[in-house]
Write a protein of this length. Structure first.
Length: 255
């Protein structure tokens, strides 16, 4: 890879923006987590870890995945909102400066509580109310990925609460994946999706990667196009370019 090509990427202005760096950081976390689960936990199942222990790890990572997702989404909303508050001002019936600071964005999002997402479709609904269309990367997120993220929230709610209500929601969700008998969430995540022939947890976790890649394409097209190069679909060559981005980005733990 030409040194000039990398220098052009770094100096294109977009790459160094806070939002682009947050996106690369978030995607790097997902990549590192996937490698940890697949190449360390799964490969040691039956040798170092029992199946039950692996199920417990998967359940724990369900909560972590959604915590990371909500952290990232709040950052990206703020990056989009702070450049144009016109939609938010209309929603709140307030006269606001067109541009506000990140801290002010956080205050408007959280109020006296905290930023509370209930899923990907809930995110789309929120974003429509506060972001102008050309600064809203959430409108065109992959629909199948969004459905899986919403289902992951149902799994998370059961893991966190173990209530009768959350169990009923989980059973209903299971039926969409041809799982007709109740099993614990960790057992379900460790099982194979019959329609995709992959572990459920791999399909759920990859949905977060795909949506973040959608966001990268919408908000930071130069960086997205640099990763893709001349490839039509994301492949090993694109992955190698993404690894280079991780190395070029400051303050990102290297997988």
């Amino acid at each position: 890879m030409l040194k000039e090509e990398i220098e052009d990427l770094i100096n294109n202005g977009e790459f160094k923006t806070i939002g682009c760096q947050y996106t690369i950081m978030y995607m790097a976390r997902l990549f590192s987590q996937a490698e940890f689960l697949a190449h360390k936990i799964m490969k040691l199942t039956g040798r170092v870890f029992s199946k039950y222990e692996v199920q417990q790890v998967f359940e724990a990572f369900t909560i972590k995945t959604l915590c990371d997702w909500e952290w990232y989404i709040e950052k990206i909303i703020c990056e989009c909102l702070k450049t144009d508050t016109s939609k938010l001002a209309n929603q709140l019936s307030l006269k606001l400066p067109k541009k506000i600071t990140t801290d002010e964005c956080v205050a408007y999002l959280n109020g006296l509580g905290y930023f509370d997402l209930k899923g990907a479709n809930n995110l789309k609904s929120i974003s429509k109310k506060i972001l102008i269309d050309n600064q809203n990367p959430f409108l065109n997120l992959n629909k199948d990925a969004c459905k899986r993220i919403d289902d992951y929230y149902i799994i998370r709610n059961y893991i966190a609460h173990r209530s009768n209500k959350s169990k009923k929601s989980l059973i209903t969700m299971y039926s969409r994946y041809q799982q007709h008998n109740f099993i614990e969430a960790g057992d379900f995540l460790l099982s194979i999706d019959p329609s995709k022939n992959d572990l459920h947890i791999q399909l759920f976790e990859s949905s977060f990667w795909l949506t973040s890649y959608n966001i990268l394409e919408f908000l930071y097209p130069k960086t997205y196009n640099w990763i893709m190069g001349n490839e039509e679909i994301y492949n090993d060559k694109c992955q190698e370019r993404f690894r280079i981005l991780i190395e070029l980005s400051p303050n990102i733990p290297k997988p």
